[in-house]
Structure formats: C-alpha cells, structure tokens
Ligand binder design. Structure first.
Ligand SMILES: *[C@@H]1O[C@H](CO)[C@@H](O)[C@H](O)[C@H]1NC(C)=O
Ligand SMILES: *[C@@H]1O[C@H](CO)[C@@H](O)[C@H](O)[C@H]1NC(C)=O
Ligand SMILES: *[C@@H]1O[C@H](CO)[C@@H](O)[C@H](O)[C@H]1NC(C)=O
Ligand SMILES: *[C@@H]1O[C@H](CO)[C@@H](O)[C@H](O)[C@H]1NC(C)=O
Ligand SMILES: *[C@@H]1O[C@H](CO)[C@@H](O)[C@H](O)[C@H]1NC(C)=O
Ligand SMILES: *[C@@H]1O[C@H](CO)[C@@H](O)[C@H](O)[C@H]1NC(C)=O
Ligand SMILES: *[C@@H]1O[C@H](CO)[C@@H](O)[C@H](O)[C@H]1NC(C)=O
Ligand SMILES: *[C@@H]1O[C@H](CO)[C@@H](O)[C@H](O)[C@H]1NC(C)=O
Length: 446
C-alpha cells in the first residue's frame, strides 16, 4: 500500500511537471504585496475587510483539488497584535457547491512554524508545494479535514492564525486573528455570500486546538458580540508553562522548541535578545532555520536533536525566565467564562499531550459550568497524529448538531472511544490513492 509520505513525494513530482507551463505561480507571503500591513491600518476597525482576491494558485492536497471546493477567497482584515497595536490578518474562505451560507466553521490549522510563509493560505496552494522548504504535510492532512466539513455544505474559513510575523505560541495575536477572522467572514457577504447571522463553529487539532482554545478563552473580553454555537478541539497542548517545551528536547518533535521560541520572540524583543545572547555562534543558523522553513522540514532537521545543547549551558536559567515572562504577558488578558459548548477529543497515547493534564483541563471546564463532551480514546494503537485523523468524523457529527441549531446537553459527558480505525464515511470522500494512504498510516507504525 502507498504511504502518505510517498503520496506526498509523488504529488511534488507531478506538481513540478504541471508547473513547467509557469501558469500557476504565487509569491511567498513575505514577498507578496497582498499580505502587507497597510500604513493606515489603525484607521480600520477590528475585523474590517481591507482587501480580497481569489488565491493566485489552485488549492491542492496530495496532488488533488478537493472536490467540495467550489470557490476560494483570501481576505485581508484588520486585527490586533500582542502589544495591542493594529495589524493585518489573512484568512482563506472555502465555499462548497450548494453551500449553506448560514453555517460557518473557522478551522484553525496546526502550523507550528515561525514565519508567515508557512501560513496555510500559502501552503494550501499548489504553487507553494514545489518548494521543499515550504512543503507542509500538516496542511495537506488538514485540508482533508476541511473537505470533510465542506461536504456538510458548511463554509470553512482558515485563518493564518499566527499573524503577519509567524508568531507561533503567542496567544494574544493568535486569539485576536481567529476572532477578527470570524468578524471579517460575517462582513464578507458581498464577496463570499456568507450570511451576517451565520451559525459559527470553531475547530482545531493540535497546534490548531491551541489556537482555538485561546480564541474562546479571550472571546468574552475581545469579541463579546460573537455568538459561538460549538467548539471542537483535539490533541490539546498540556503545557502548563512555556519552559515546559524544553521537556521535548532530544525527542522526535524537538523542532517545536526553536519554532515556538522564535514565534514568541517575534512579539517579545527581550526574549529575542536573550536567545541571541545564549546561542552558541556555531548553532545560530540552524536554530534560526524555522524563520525560512516550515514544520515538515524543521521536524527532519531537529529530529532527536539536543536543542538546549545549542545554548551556552550557563544561559539556560536566564532563557527560561525570559520565556516564562513572555508567555505570562501573552496570557494576562481578562478571563471570561467560555459560553460555547465544547467537544474535546484526546488519545491517551500522545507524545505531545499528557492525558492526565487534559483530564484535569476538562474537569476545570466542567467545574466552571461549561458544557463539555469529552471523547477520550484509549486504544494503545493510536498516536497524536493518528487520532487527529481517526477523531475527525465524530467531531464533525457533533458540530453538525451545533450548526443545525440543536442544543448541546448541559454539563459534562465523558465517553471512551475505543476505535482506532478510519471511519469509512471519511475515507469515501477521498480518491483511492489518498484513502489508501490514510489507512496505511493509521495501521502503520507512526
Ligand atoms: C491521487 O488521485 C487523484 C485523483 O485521481 C489525483 O488527482 C492525484 O494527482 C493523485 N495524487 C498522486 C500523488 O498521485
Ligand atoms: C501545460 O501546457 C500543455 C500544452 O499546452 C497543456 O496541455 C497542459 O494542460 C498545461 N498544464 C497546465 C497545468 O496548465
Ligand atoms: C487606507 O488607505 C487606502 C489607500 O491609501 C485608502 O484607499 C483607504 O480608504 C484607507 N482606509 C481607511 C480606513 O482609512
Ligand atoms: C506598539 O505598541 C507599543 C506599546 O504599546 C509601542 O511602544 C510601539 O511603538 C507600537 N509599535 C508600533 C509599530 O506602532
Ligand atoms: C510530516 O513529515 C515529517 C517529516 O518527515 C514527519 O515526521 C511527520 O510524521 C509527517 N506528518 C504527517 C502528518 O504526515
Ligand atoms: C557545560 O557543558 C559542558 C559540555 O556538556 C560540560 O563539560 C560543562 O561542565 C558544562 N558547564 C557547566 C557550567 O555546567
Ligand atoms: C478501553 O475502554 C474500554 C471501555 O471502557 C475497555 O473495555 C477497554 O479494555 C479499554 N482498552 C484499553 C486498552 O484500556
Ligand atoms: C492494534 O493493532 C494490532 C496490529 O495491527 C491489531 O492486531 C489490534 O487488533 C489493534 N488493536 C485495536 C484495539 O484496534
């Protein structure tokens, strides 16, 4: 059976061939004037639309254009950065054929990168997929999740939630970008057809769940007028403190350490300075590589690497202190109770999330009176990535009820999910080469 990896490799080759006509090119966002923050940005109100266009290149995943994407638009809108200064965000609106224009899902894609060039608005386009440093198997996979939502006739918006500086791990700019993206979508009827009173859902897995969670946590203070019908999040982060990221040093995801530190530093000059002072000069270029490569390439580059060993060893305590300080500043917004019902899905086996901490997070929501459906998967065959795929269909079913206007049950329900197989309803949405590769991945070692 063909693996997702070889499918992606094959799609890169066929994309290169398709490209020999030079008919579909688009610039990386850092060089594309469409993405530039306008000089008069503070004259716009949060969520106000600044500009829009159709994506310059076709949307593509594993060499395939999802069949339920009828139309796509990129929308530039005003949002607010972590220092409370006005800035601009980008979202991609995906419109299915026969769309229900009164159902809007904001899908936060895990991006886990430190540059705007890894934003999904760019990595979902065919023209980015010929450049290995921009290749994104996480975007490819999550576009399959988007296809599952589009097949329900929902409009799907995908914000580049790290903002114009690729501020991975910076809560404030992330939450603002998600919430202002929803505001922009509700004002986009003349472009997208979305109704201003559409029912709203939020969804994200892994890094996308972290962005979703921060958005709903700050919604009451930043965008209290939004009425959110339901929120699905899975593979949540269990980090209690920013410096806990050092725990994954020398592991398979060690590349998240430089990406998160640089992402946070993009909003915090003091952290930037501390990093520069602590880095051993011979590791400087390597450590800074997330500024021009996306997660997939960074994962390979830092696989099982000793990232902390790249710093002068007397500098680690000081660096930790700056990290903690920056993280605290990112999370010092006024707390407000989450009003929307939640669907939280989590595999007990997950190298990025500690199940005991996720259980505790769920208990905290319940104690606050939030309605939670907790889908807790216990198969030992699962992993962080596998449950991201296995869990899709149930998350969609729960969201369907919310967007249909059915009231979520009050209080908290925990359900044990014993499945570790791909739902055939999900597989049926994709061409055989892709569903075969998904089956192979779920049954394989990863
Ligand atoms: C997978 O199949 C689809 C549909 O036939 C095709 O468009 C796509 O190019 C294929 N992908 C690869 C990598 O062969
Ligand atoms: C490239 O050009 C050839 C010959 O003109 C055409 O058949 C093919 O469809 C083109 N491919 C794309 C992706 O435009
Ligand atoms: C911002 O500047 C642009 C270009 O100069 C102008 O068209 C637009 O009306 C301005 N917007 C606001 C809200 O001032
Ligand atoms: C952003 O905000 C900070 C503090 O509020 C201010 O000092 C700084 O000048 C602002 N930056 C820009 C580019 O406006
Ligand atoms: C993406 O590629 C990286 C590097 O090869 C790999 O470690 C990771 O498991 C892949 N993820 C997915 C979702 O395919
Ligand atoms: C720093 O690390 C080196 C190499 O691991 C070690 O030999 C040295 O003792 C360490 N110094 C301190 C102050 O920890
Ligand atoms: C998972 O939960 C089910 C239902 O509670 C139980 O029967 C099964 O033994 C559990 N499996 C594991 C691996 O713990
Ligand atoms: C786990 O995978 C093994 C090997 O593929 C299989 O035999 C077993 O039935 C699976 N267990 C579950 C709970 O699905």
């Amino acid at each position: 059976m063909i693996s997702l990896y070889s499918l992606l490799a094959a799609s890169l080759i066929s994309t290169t061939e398709a490209h020999s006509n030079h008919s579909e090119t688009s610039l990386p966002p850092s060089q594309d004037p469409f993405y530039a923050v306008p000089e008069n940005i503070s004259a716009f109100s949060p969520g106000e639309i600044i500009n829009h266009r159709e994506p310059p290149s076709r949307i593509s995943t594993y060499g395939w254009t999802p069949t339920h994407i009828h139309k796509a638009y990129q929308i530039l809108y005003r949002t607010t950065d972590s220092q409370q200064n006005a800035t601009a965000g980008i979202l991609t609106a995906l419109i299915p054929p026969d769309a229900d224009f009164d159902k809007l899902l904001s899908l936060q894609m895990a991006e886990d990168s430190a540059t705007i060039d890894c934003g999904p608005s760019y990595t979902m386009q065919l023209s980015s997929q010929t450049t290995p440093r921009f290749a994104s198997n996480t975007t490819a996979l999550q576009l399959l999740f988007a296809e599952a939502a589009l097949a329900q006739k929902w409009i799907v918006i995908v914000p580049d939630h790290e903002g114009p500086k690729g501020s991975f791990a910076a809560s404030k700019v992330t939450g603002h970008t998600v919430l202002d993206g929803i505001r922009a979508a509700k004002q986009s009827n003349h472009i997208t057809g979305i109704e201003s009173n559409a029912k709203i859902g939020l969804w994200g897995y892994s890094g996308g769940a972290a962005a979703t969670q921060i958005a709903i946590t700050m919604q009451g203070s930043y965008a209290p007028e939004l009425d959110i019908a339901g929120v699905a999040m899975g593979g949540l982060s269990s980090l209690a403190e920013a410096s806990d990221i050092f725990d994954i040093n020398k592991g398979p995801s060690a590349g998240l350490i430089p990406s998160a530190m640089l992402g946070l530093a993009s909003q915090h000059p003091d952290l930037q300075k501390a990093i520069d002072e602590a880095l051993e000069p011979q590791f400087r270029d390597l450590f800074y590589s997330p500024m021009h490569q996306c997660l997939q390439a960074i994962t390979v580059l830092f696989f099982h690497q000793d990232v902390l060993g790249m710093f002068r060893n007397d500098s680690i305590p000081g660096l930790k202190k700056e990290l903690v300080r920056a993280w605290k500043k990112e999370n010092d917004f006024p707390l407000s109770k989450v009003k929307a019902p939640l669907y939280i899905y989590q595999s007990a086996v997950d190298h990025l999330s500690d199940i005991n901490r996720i259980d505790a997070e769920v208990r905290d929501y319940c104690d606050e009176g939030v309605s939670v459906h907790y889908e807790r998967a216990n198969s030992t065959n699962l992993s962080h990535v596998k449950y991201g795929i296995v869990g899709v269909y149930k998350a969609i079913s729960w969201m369907q009820d919310r967007l249909d206007g059915k009231e979520a049950s009050r209080g908290c329900v925990t359900h044990t999910d014993t499945t570790s197989t791909l739902d055939p309803n999900l597989a049926a949405l994709f061409p055989k080469n892709i569903s075969d590769a998904l089956y192979a991945m779920i049954n394989g070692p990863l």
